[in-house]
Design a protein around this ligand. Sequence first.
Ligand SMILES: [Zn+2]
Ligand SMILES: [Zn+2]
Length: 275
Amino acid sequence: MLTDHHTHLAPDDDPLDEEALSIERIVAHVTAAMDRGLAAVAVTEHIYRFRVAKPAWAHPYWETQTQWDIDAYWEALSEAKAIGFPLLVGIECDWLPTGQEVLVEALRGRPWDLILGSIHWVDEGAVDYDLYSAFDHIDSEALWRGYVDRYARAALSGQFDVMTHADLPKSFGPLPSPATLGWAYDAIADALAAGGVCLEVSTAGLRKAARELYPSRALLERCNQRGVPIVLSSDAHAPADIARDFELAVEAAVAAGYSEVQQLKGRDRRPVPIG
Ligand SMILES: [Zn+2]
Ligand SMILES: [Zn+2]
């Protein structure tokens, strides 16, 4: 049985209020996961949804998003897990070149099941959000170089169990030259291996402009060659997308040479055979 390691209870622009954290919402989430035959589903809201993350970065998007209560989030999920729902309590945490110590502190002291590491920003520009798109300010060569620099530093930081959507920029702007792309794939795979961190194979890319998994086949093969462990994820923001297209993720993993995926719990992992 498989696990979906990356889901959200609400779309990013919806409130993360009492309704979003209600037991009804959590039951709908878990029911969708069980209907799809999953062993468990991880809920991994963005850290930038929570007030506790606000001091990390003075950026208009960050400042408007950081308005919800991390204690309420933690309690809602922990209570549901305690009564037996197959839930993993997680969080999707950005890695920021400055201010990261605020995020580390915000996560401290809670027994998370998993902490996802993400790069969504290059300088002041968003990789995956049109309103602040980094592609409006720098060309794709510079964007990919900046993105990979951050991604590698995050993978090596020791702060994360899983690194997310490795080639995210491909869905939001033009690709760089083949030489830069090849360099990017090598640098990402090297950093994941050196950092001892899992990579997610995410089906979210199939629902975006790139119409392919994160990561691409060429990047996944490089990760396999370096022994980087993988987990499966959907990055669902609604129950209908939980574990969506997992058969394609499994197929891609097998084609890249993988015979197992990891299942996380309590920030530990164990392998499960696939294919
Ligand atoms: Zn993300
Ligand atoms: Zn996400």
